[in-house]
Design a protein around this ligand. Structure first.
Ligand code: ATP
Ligand code: MG
Ligand code: MG
Ligand code: MG
Length: 487
């Protein structure tokens, strides 16, 4: 079954159950101060759950372009290293706004997976919320019983608050969730270790595919829970993981969502990707990681640009620039790409995804040009920066690299801090982040004093979380990008 068919069947199935099919919201959010990028299907419906406004229908389904690279959901560090977390991915979802609840949602999820997609029941596990008396939230007995009528009881697992209870924030709508996990290991592996013990344990072939959230409570300011007058369902299924399960693969990158991109990288670079059916050697694994990073990151960057977020030095634009620079450096170091090449993947992506997401086809030229310019610009300083870093490492007696050096790489060579940290980790070194931040503050003080204009250009979405540092506006200029935008 092709990925196109997988997506189509999901939407047709929920249309047949009375759902209105709506388009994905843009990946970039322009008017939500709490969130930079859409990171789940429910984001565009958030206000309805809070009781503000009414949806077009009380049953909706879609596929949502998601990006998990900042804030609460940040999977960037896993991308390339595992085979099932992406920066950008599609989340298939169905919603009930005060309409159907657990019985229908669970039975339909089961029907879709086992009858339409024909996933063998013995490959599925369900996790249900176990309850947490300390926080006044009960065991989700209702869901457990509905599942127990469909699947062997010993395939139902009780999960904790972290995995099986959803809350929008400290207050507001919340509720238990049931998650569906698929075990795609070989029969021999299954005989050795039960899949049950591997659920939620980061096993690459025992993965969570579908989260079904049942919003039935409201958490009040004093922490207590009350029943919501109208109950809602919010589900999200990882499209690429589903394709992996349905195409008989053991890695998302071996599905047709990624293989055309991988083939293009192979063609451009001459390096070969070793698919998951074969165990790669240590050298091949390095190439594999680099190829996975490139084909993953190009999707995130291309869709963000197509939705109007150009790479820049601040805010969401800097997050996109960071992702692209991470991919450029993986190519440079591990795939020997000394010239821009990532932009050539955009046409493959547009051919593959353009039918369902017309924005990528419509903006194909712009996206290609922006990525090419970004690549050319970073490649001008990358080599020198890497050489400087090598020198610093050579001269370093301990294992911690001074923050001031990382700042120089950032300021003069355009190395995002997380990229420097990543390269250092590969070589067994650590970065003095406090020193980096101090150097940054110094620089800001100097430029403020010089211009007497206060430019509050750092933005931290969640205080204390380094990964959400999103930018600066110092030595690089957006002139080229602005020019392209006008083409
Ligand atoms: P995981 O535990 O695997 O990180 P999650 O619990 O964070 O997933 P949810 O927030 O429940 O994920 O999102 C719903 C579904 O979206 C997941 O069941 C999974 O199939 C998919 N998903 C989540 N994060 C990613 C990602 N980074 N890349 C691809 N698919 C993802
Ligand atoms: Mg996660
Ligand atoms: Mg999870
Ligand atoms: Mg989950």
């Amino acid at each position: 079954m092709t990925s196109q068919d997988v997506r189509k069947q999901f939407l047709e199935f929920f249309a047949s159950k009375g759902h209105l099919i709506v388009p994905s919201a843009p990946i970039v959010l322009k008017d939500d101060p709490t969130l930079m990028f859409n990171n789940s299907g429910m984001a565009q419906f958030k206000e309805y759950f809070l009781g503000n406004g009414t949806p077009k229908s009380n049953r909706i389904a879609d596929t949502q372009k998601c990006l998990r690279v900042s804030g609460k959901h940040n999977d960037l560090e896993d991308v390339g290293f595992d085979t099932y977390h992406h920066t950008m991915f599609e989340m298939l979802g169905n919603w009930s706004f005060g309409d159907y609840f657990k019985k229908e949602a669970i039975n339909w999820a089961w029907e879709l997976l086992t009858e339409v997609y024909k996933i063998p029941k013995e490959n599925l596990y369900i996790s249900v919320f176990e309850g947490n008396p300390a926080e006044n939230v009960p065991f989700d007995q209702e869901a457990w019983h509905i599942w127990a009528a469909l699947i062997d009881e010993d395939r139902i697992i009780l999960g904790n608050k972290k995995d099986n209870f959803w809350e929008m924030g400290d207050q507001g709508p919340c509720g238990p969730c049931s998650e569906i996990h698929v075990d795609i290991r070989s029969a021999e592996e299954k005989a050795l270790v039960s899949g049950k013990s591997l659920v939620n344990n980061d096993h690459p072939q025992v993965v969570e595919i579908w989260n079904n959230v049942f919003m039935e409570f409201n958490r009040k300011a004093d922490g207590s829970l009350e029943k919501l007058p109208a109950k809602h369902v919010d589900t999200g299924m990882g499209f690429e993981r589903l394709c992996m399960a349905l195409q008989g693969k053991t890695s998302n990158y071996d599905t047709d969502v990624f293989t055309p991109l991988i083939e293009k990288v192979e063609q451009i670079t001459g390096f070969k990707y070793v698919d998951n059916a074969v165990t790669p050697s240590a050298v091949e694994e390095k190439t594999n990681i680099a190829i996975r990073v490139v084909v993953d990151h190009v999707r995130a960057v291309a869709f963000a640009i197509a939705d109007g977020q150009l790479p820049s030095n601040t805010g969401a634009g800097y997050v996109i620039r960071r992702i692209l620079r991470r991919a450029i450096r993986y190519g440079f170091t591990f795939l020997n790409t000394k010239e821009p090449f990532i932009n050539q993947l955009v046409s493959v992506l547009a051919n593959q995804m353009g039918e369902f997401f017309p924005e990528i086809k419509l903006q194909q030229q712009l996206v290609t040009n922006v990525i090419r310019e970004e690549e050319a610009s970073f490649l001008r300083t990358l080599d020198q920066g890497l050489q400087l870093l090598d020198k610093v490492i050579e001269e370093e007696k301990g294992t911690i690299i001074a923050g001031a050096k990382a700042f120089e790489l950032y300021d003069t060579f355009g190395f995002p801090i997380d990229l420097t940290a990543l390269i250092l980790r590969e070589k067994g070194f650590e970065l003095d982040e406090a020193g980096f931040n101090a150097a940054m503050q110094e620089q800001k003080k100097r430029s403020r004093a010089a211009s007497e204009v206060s430019t509050e250009d750092w933005s931290v979405l969640i205080p204390g979380n380094v990964e959400t540092f999103v930018g600066y506006d110092q030595s690089e200029s957006d002139v080229k990008i602005t020019r392209i935008r006008k083409v």
